[in-house]
Write a protein that binds this ligand. Sequence first.
Ligand code: BYC
Ligand code: FE
Ligand code: FE
Length: 487
Amino acid sequence: MTAPTTHTGSAPDPDGPLNPVDYSQRIPNNVGLNTDRRLQRALEGWQPKFMDWWKELGPAIPTQDVYLRTATAVGRDGWAHFDRVPMEEYRWGIFLAEPEPDRRIAFGQHAGESAWQTVPGEYRAELLRLIVVQGDTEPASVEQQRHLGSTAPSLYDMRNLFQVNVEEGRHLWAMVYLLHAYFGREGREEAEQLLKRHSGDPDSPRILGAFNEDTPDWLTFFMFTYFTDRDGKYQLGTLKESGFDPLARTCEFMLKEEAHHMFVGTTGVQRIVERTAQIMRDHPGDDLWDHGAIPLAVIQKYLNFQFAVSMDLFGSEQSTNAGNYFTSGLKGRWGETRRKDDHVLLDQTREMNVVEDGRIVQKTVPLLGALNLDLRDEYVADCENGVRRWNQALEEAGLDERLALPHEGFYRQVGAYAGHHVTPAGEVVDEAAWQARTDEWLPTPDDRSRVGALMVPHHEPGSFASWLTPPPQGINEMSVEFDYVRF
Ligand code: BYC
Ligand code: FE
Ligand code: FE
């Protein structure tokens, strides 16, 4: 059995066998928590605070139980178990992916050295910051989504919302474990703060912009899980490459859960577009709202907004932080080990867009300083896939209209485009032109209230709201009509 490392304790044997997931403990885990009393006590001290937070700021609608997935193993074959669970009895736990024997750091100045099993002293502050930023987003999204249950378009969708919520809660546990196990008193203090900052709180907001926005309706929720959870996928993908092995293994397992969040977003938007396409085909020229569906132009505006705030999550295109994280071996690139270059990147350059004299022009910059952009490019390419899929629904309905990602510079608050006005088509315009046309590009108060008016609860098994199609199949081979949530 490997013992977890504490800041004082000894490093686990990275080649040792993986602990099975132990559900007999107060905190389910596969890190041998019961062999480190101090750490166990510290985490058991944090657990009731987490539960208080969940009760206060987790899902607001009271439920009896929910058909949820719980992790039971971290291996390749079969890792999850589905059952009805009262949500406050969900077993949030600490699960790390299996260790890779003799794992080496794959990039930066330490490339080739053994991966770290303890925190390298010289990078302690940077590592702590990365973990805190990651940890902060997880409970933030739960807070943002807490009122959605009461307007769920079906029990199937409500269950998916709650699945995402409990797993984001578990992702918070994942980061809190790292803070407690490896960062001593400072880590414990940061773990407390993760429950004290709140989404949208004017005095103590969440760290990153997108996590302080409202998620008032399900169109926003599906766009959020498509675009913003996908930022999570990409950021976790870079932390999975980290030379700090416990972080890498934690993120690897989180990515496994994240796949379902992507699924919820992709299929959620898809089902909305399908319903819209049906009405457009069968009732050409009609007002979509009159049919209880969402006009394509409004879907596009919500897409524009969520894409832009999610692009901001990648930080500035040019970031010395990002270069330092890479060189230090803390945060790699997406698919680092599959890339065919020297993994050090000292002399390489790339092109990036900047706004100069009211025009978008390219300039050549050192690659190492542009790694946020490198990751963002991977993200954008992935985002295009969903849009293609949604457009297929429009094509199959025989329609000419299409959805599109807006230009990368549209409505940006962070990086090279901040302070400029760029249209979805990629034209730089002045303040007056921007003000005159934003209503075409971003959701207006009227759009939001009309979408809001469609958000009426469908809480009977098999019943679905008018503005989206039912899914082709249920969860875990259950039927679409199954009572996924009971009250
Ligand atoms: N809002 O050098 P720069 C997820 C700050 S989502 C506000 O460009 P860097 C999830 C920045 O902190 C994934 N502030 O930044 C999804 C810095 O501040 P200081 C979350 C921002 O460090 C859905 C300054 O601006 N994980 O998991 O290169 C549901 C200069 O910036 C923003 C991570 O993000 C912003 N958007 O890159 C649930 C991974 N952007 O130092 C969960 C960990 C930047 O001047 N984080 N700033 O005070 C990181 O890797 C990096 O911190 C960032 C920023 C990529 C976020
Ligand atoms: Fe997450
Ligand atoms: Fe997620």
